[in-house]
Ligand binder design. Structure first.
Ligand code: ADP
Length: 274
């Protein structure tokens, strides 16, 4: 009787342990698969512009007695080279946000400056598409974190809003402070009147290299890494990024980040305790 009772007590524990081990292995395999996919994706993404550059340089050599053709090919080489530069830069940004602890040199960052920087970054592209950009509510707000990473995150959202919108539309950036029990948050909402995103794609757009329409993304210089960077920055700052969208109507990407004074107070409390 005793033995039975003991084994009845141990058996569930044993199976739970086995389950944990299996889950652990499955998780390790999943991480390995993600890593392998990432390397394969990077290789593929690099191959496309490099292949094009190689073909175009051959074409230039063959067309050496046709200055007009040389001009044309050189122009396309420049586009491919820009694509390659963008990709390498985004890969560097991604590895930086994944490896550096943003809170190590965190500071209060002015929201109006972040927003102005993001708008500046897209000014040219927005101008050629006659897209109006407007920001509101940014005065006197501060978020807590790594300035460069936060600028990259917001910049990517505004850049996407401009890229995935038709001509003569509006892109708005609205900021506000939200009172929350765990410490106040700053909400930054980027709204466009663009092509929108289906429910099915909404789940995947934050994955590295995932694009709804790869041709369209490439045409605008997209790399498929922007939203992966945004998601990483948000999470590592103790915030989040969410999306609302209606196909054909537009999208709103919302970034919620710890408010500076609240985050600093929380950090100081933790330090005092330690
Ligand atoms: P990309 O470099 O392709 O823009 P992102 O990671 O920034 O890569 O975005 C992933 C995909 O999500 C894009 O290719 C696009 O299909 C979709 N997307 C992102 N932002 C928007 C938006 N504001 N409106 C519509 N689609 C968007």
């Amino acid at each position: 009787g005793e033995a039975l009772a003991v084994s009845a007590r141990v058996a569930p524990l044993g199976s739970r342990l086995v389950l944990l081990l299996v889950e652990d292995l499955t998780e390790a395999r999943r991480i390995e698969a993600v890593r392998r996919d990432f390397v394969a994706n990077v290789s593929h993404e690099l191959k496309t512009p490099v292949g094009a550059l190689s073909l175009l340089s051959e074409a230039v050599m063959d067309a050496s007695d046709d200055p007009e053709a040389v001009q044309r090919f050189a122009g396309r080489m420049q586009i491919e080279a820009t694509r390659l530069t963008n990709l390498v830069q985004e890969l560097i940004d991604l590895s930086r946000v994944q490896n550096d602890d943003p809170l190590e040199d965190a500071e209060p960052v002015r929201v109006d400056e972040l927003v102005a920087e993001a708008i500046d970054r897209c000014r040219h592209q927005a101008g050629t598409k006659q897209i109006t950009m407007a920001a509101g509510g940014t005065a006197d707000l501060h978020v807590w974190g790594n300035r460069g990473q936060l600028a990259a995150a917001l910049g990517n959202l505004v850049e996407n809003a401009v890229n995935y919108s038709p001509v003569r539309t509006r892109v708005g950036i609205a900021a506000r402070r939200i009172t929350a029990p765990g410490g106040d948050l700053i909400e930054l909402a980027v709204t466009d009147q663009g092509i929108g995103i289906s429910d099915k794609d909404k789940e995947r757009i934050f994955e590295r290299f995932y694009r709804v329409d790869p041709a369209r993304s490439r045409a605008t210089g997209g790399t498929g890494l922007g939203l992966a960077i945004v998601k990483h920055v948000a999470a590592s700052h103790g915030g989040e990024v969410t999306v609302w969208s209606a196909e054909g109507q537009g999208s709103t990407f919302t970034l919620r980040l710890p408010e500076a004074a609240a985050a600093r107070a929380a950090r100081d409390r933790d330090r005092d305790r330690a």
